[in-house]
Design a binder for this molecule. Structure first.
Ligand code: MN
Length: 695
């Protein structure tokens, strides 16, 4: 067990300004509170929080995190109260310990795979301060290291399964690969003891066959680099049993077929050195096609950067090589924790919250780890939400983000082809703001393109940029198509047929170089119809019988490309002001439905188009159901109300005439939803109306 002075020495070794008195206080407090409690190993319980603190000192975390680790089980497992901790250690520590305690409470409920997903989600959402999560992960790691002491096999398996499903992926997500690998190895040993034993045995045999094979290969690579004037630290290792096992399972290969069980790491001084190292290695050993990955130019989402390649080493053996700088290496091993680690030359006491200065530091170096910065801001400011893909992948978005932002965050192609979204299993409009923990499934169609109307609600820069770029490229194309339609109408109105040279002549007269420019000019109303007609056929507009231009449509809908035909659906009779959505099926125009329409459920296979009414839209037919008293003059009262509101009755249908009440269905022309609401209120206000509803 780690002694008090050993723990202090560890902290002091990287942070000479740590609050030692506070650490000592925590040590004594925890020891007293845990008293004579014992671990399954027979050790005093108190050894556990100290070991957890020890794990965190390896990550060089600040004194508050260390103290939180020492106290992390006191509220849950002893008589200590949050108030007591706040009194002795202050608000900050109390908040952190409380956070860890809350995480531990959620832990007890997980069972199925579904629960595992929820749990990951809650753990992240509740870790308002990332240090809470770091303590929780270290806690789990130590529990895994001591798992074999637990006698009850079911309990051991349950803990191992939970570690595999929840904590190892969490560690991976924040880039703590060391934690992830150790957790996976320990859990794998518990869950698949036979497979673990067999793989371990085979790895041992590899050693026997060739002695220090790994060391020899490592030395060879180092010598090759040095011969070309490049200094590198070479680390060689076998792959972890669990990752070997997973590869065997995923690729359906046997251990013998799985040639790359060894991995090497070259750590060099500079970014430049990474690429030179790569070049030298590829010159000397043939690379395995398809295995090269440049995570330096495109870091992983959690900030990980390195070059990965596999080469065929002598003796026809494939080996994997990772190339990175020292900085990237620390980042890769410790992930997010690396950013909370105490940095030399920066006194921790400078500010009350060391992570604020860390945040500033991250901001200053944001270029290299943009995604990491996003994580950090989430933890600090709570201005982010987490949403999940159906496979459980976590997508982080700013607050207010919609399914379209989500789709673009996952992949540009997914965003481009979005036609609808299921949020937590229900089809929702694309403009719906997502909530923390939502599971989002994007419905796609290859025929879909980014919609200009999306610009009205997307919040992420990525989505905005992608949509704009597409819209710009499409805009002219569509404008030209619209112009061509209008042009065809104009030609119809001419008093005679056009000769084959008429177009060329017209372009010359209008001083335009091609058809498309003319169509564009027509669509944008830069040239009016009369000028076009005169250009095509001089003198034609003076001739009698030329048809007047068609009337403008009173309804306009944002989100539709100009000229696209649409129908207001008969089932729900949308009127301006209703929230609407369009269904597009092949070969037909767009059906416009209200968002609450029952029929939308049938339209899952159709393309969904997010729509909104144009500002100047006016007029629509609403279907009402009215139940009125069966007495003389009732109907006159109804028509009177409608007349007073300036609403026109299109049709009236008596659906029920039994007893004291009569039921009517009416179709009424109204301006918009507000108009309809006033009419319904007016109807309900009369003493003959029992109920008045929109159908
Ligand atoms: Mn614990």
């Amino acid at each position: 067990m780690l002694r008090q002075y050993e723990l202090l020495e560890k902290v002091r070794s990287y942070d000479p300004d740590a609050d030692e008195a506070m650490i000592n206080r925590a040590y004594v407090f925890s020891m007293q509170k845990h008293g004579s409690q014992k671990r399954a190993s027979g050790d005093p319980y108190f050894s556990h929080p100290i070991e957890v603190a020890g794990i965190l000192t390896d990550l060089r975390l600040d004194d508050e995190t260390i103290v939180t680790a020492i106290l992390h089980d006191t509220i849950e497992d002893t008589v200590a109260t949050p108030e007591e901790i706040e009194k002795v250690f202050g608000k900050n520590i109390a908040r952190l310990v409380d956070g860890v305690t809350k995480l531990s409470k959620i832990e007890a409920q997980s069972e199925s795979q579904r629960a595992a997903e929820n749990l990951r989600k809650f753990l992240l959402a509740m870790s308002s301060d990332i240090r809470v999560l770091l303590v929780k992960l270290a806690d789990r790691l130590h529990n895994m290291r001591t798992l074999h002491f637990i006698r009850n096999e079911d309990k051991r398996k349950r803990i191992a399964r939970e570690t595999m499903d929840i904590y190892a992926p969490l560690a991976e997500r924040i880039g703590m690969y060391e934690f992830m690998q150790e957790m996976q190895t320990l859990a794998f040993r518990e869950l698949e003891p036979d497979a673990y034993a067999s793989i371990s045995r085979r790895l041992e045999q590899l050693h026997k066959g060739d002695g220090d094979l790994i060391e020899r290969i490592g030395r060879g690579i180092k010598a090759h680099l040095e011969a070309h004037g490049l200094e590198a630290e070479l680390q060689g290792r076998e792959k972890h049993p669990y990752s070997i096992w997973r590869k065997m399972a995923e690729r359906h290969v046997s251990f013998e077929q799985l040639s790359d069980v060894m991995a090497f790491r070259a750590i060099v001084d500079s970014l430049d050195g990474c690429y030179r190292t790569l070049g030298l290695i590829h010159q000397r050993w043939p690379m395995v096609p398809g295995r090269f990955k440049d995570y330096i130019s495109t870091p992983k989402r959690n900030g990980y950067s390195s070059l990965h390649t596999s080469v065929i080493h002598d003796e026809q053996m494939r080996i994997e090589i990772q190339i990175r700088t020292r900085e990237m290496h620390v980042q890769a091993e410790h992930g997010l924790a690396a950013h909370w680690a105490y940095k030399e030359g920066k006194p921790a006491a400078k500010t009350q919250h060391p992570w604020i200065s860390d945040l500033i530091e991250i901001l200053e170096h944001a270029g290299s780890a943009e995604e990491l910065l996003e994580h950090t801001r989430m933890a600090m400011y709570q201005d982010r939400i987490f949403a999940f893909t159906p496979k459980g992948e976590l997508i982080q978005l700013p607050k207010g983000a919609t399914p379209v932002d989500f789709a673009y965050a996952v992949h540009t192609d997914l965003g481009d082809q979005t036609v609808g979204a299921k949020v937590n299993g229900r089809v929702m409009p694309l403009r719906t703001p997502l909530d923390n923990g939502d599971q989002v499934e994007i419905l796609v169609s290859r025929a879909q393109h980014p919609q200009p109307s999306w610009l009205n609600f997307v919040v992420t820069g990525k989505a905005r940029a992608k949509i704009r770029r597409f819209v710009k490229s499409k805009e002219r194309e569509e404008t030209v198509a619209l112009g061509r339609k209008i042009f065809d109408e104009i030609v119809q109105r001419l008093p005679g047929a056009l000769g084959w040279e008429a177009m060329a002549e017209a372009l010359k007269r209008l001083n335009l170089h091609d058809d498309d420019s003319l169509m564009e000019a027509i669509a944008l109303k830069r040239i009016d119809d009369v000028h076009v007609m005169e250009a095509l056929m001089p003198g034609s507009t003076g001739v009698a019988g030329v048809q007047p231009p068609p009337q403008r449509q009173a309804i306009s809908i944002k989100g539709l490309t100009p000229g696209v035909a649409f129908d207001l659906a008969e089932c729900c009779h949308p009127i301006p002001g209703d929230r609407i959505v369009g269904l597009r099926r092949e070969g037909t125009g767009i059906e416009v439905h209200t968002i609450g329409c029952q029929r939308l459920a049938d339209g899952i296979d159709a393309d969904w188009v997010d729509l909104a009414w144009g500002d100047e839209s006016d007029g629509g037919t609403a279907r009402l159901c009215i139940v009125i008293k069966n007495e003389p003059g009732s109907l006159a009262t109804i028509t009177g109300v409608l007349g007073n509101h300036g609403a026109n009755i299109v049709s009236l249908d008596q659906t029920n005439r039994d007893g004291a009440f009569h039921t009517f269905n009416l179709d009424v022309e109204v301006h918009n939803i507000q108009h309809l609401m006033r009419i319904l209120a007016g109807l309900r206000a009369t003493d003959v109306v029992s109920t008045a509803e929109r159908l």
